[in-house]
Design a protein around this ligand. Structure first.
Ligand SMILES: Nc1ccn([C@@H]2O[C@H](COP(=O)(O)O)[C@@H](O)[C@H]2O)c(=O)n1
Ligand SMILES: C[C@@]1(CO)OP(=O)(O)OP(=O)(O)OC[C@H]1O
Length: 168
């Protein structure tokens, strides 16, 4: 592999999907680090926030330090009900401890509801504070196709850029 006298950026990818919680076990909806009053919640071991989880996974991927399951497995009782913002902040800490600085994280959620755009700024501010680096969030439907289109759950995909801050 070629070596360079300066660090090159590394990209990462993360995808997360959560199904809606069953009607006989309703949950609050946490999405993009925000609570969405009156919206049907998602099932999960943690708070089930696919936007925050995809962002965290993209950071792990960019740094090459495993993935969400490596660091926050469902066998870890301390992460039961954990906030996506807490997991994202912890992921950013792990990536920095591994010798990287974070350029940015971009996330897109895929789902019919909630209408995300009116709270985009609020969500981006919460996620950016958690990561200590810029996090942007966009949203799309899947044009009524697939599991998101049928309203069975919400998906998110994220990319991240990190740069090594260790001497080569
Ligand atoms: N949950 C969502 C989904 C979409 N949006 C916004 O609507 C625009 C159009 O979405 P299409 O899937 O019909 O292309 C999209 O670009 C978002 O701005 C949203 O806010 N929340
Ligand atoms: C976050 C963890 C751990 O609480 O649980 P879930 O909320 O189920 O989320 P998922 O995206 O399936 O990732 C696995 C786990 O690491």
């Amino acid at each position: 592999m070629a070596t360079f006298p300066y660090p090159l950026p590394r990209t990462g990818i993360g995808v997360d999907v959560h199904a809606y919680a069953p009607e006989d076990d309703p949950q609050p909806l946490w999405l993009g680090g925000l609570h969405w009053e009156g919206e049907r919640g998602l099932a999960g071991h943690s708070d089930g926030d696919p936007v925050a989880h995809a962002a965290a996974d993209a950071l792990f991927s960019a740094a090459g330090v495993g993935d969400l399951g490596t660091h926050f497995g469902t066998d870890r009782p301390e992460y039961a009900g954990a906030s996506g913002l807490t997991l994202l902040a912890e992921a950013a800490r792990i990536v920095r401890d591994a010798g990287f600085e974070i350029g940015n994280v971009a996330v897109q959620l895929i789902g019919n509801r909630p209408k995300f755009t009116p709270r985009r700024d609020e969500s981006e501010a919460a996620l950016t504070q958690a990561a200590g680096a810029p996090v942007s969030v966009s949203a799309t439907t899947s044009d009524r196709l697939g599991f998101t289109g049928r309203g069975e759950g919400i998906a998110a995909v994220a990319t991240a850029v990190v740069v090594s801050v260790r001497q080569p």
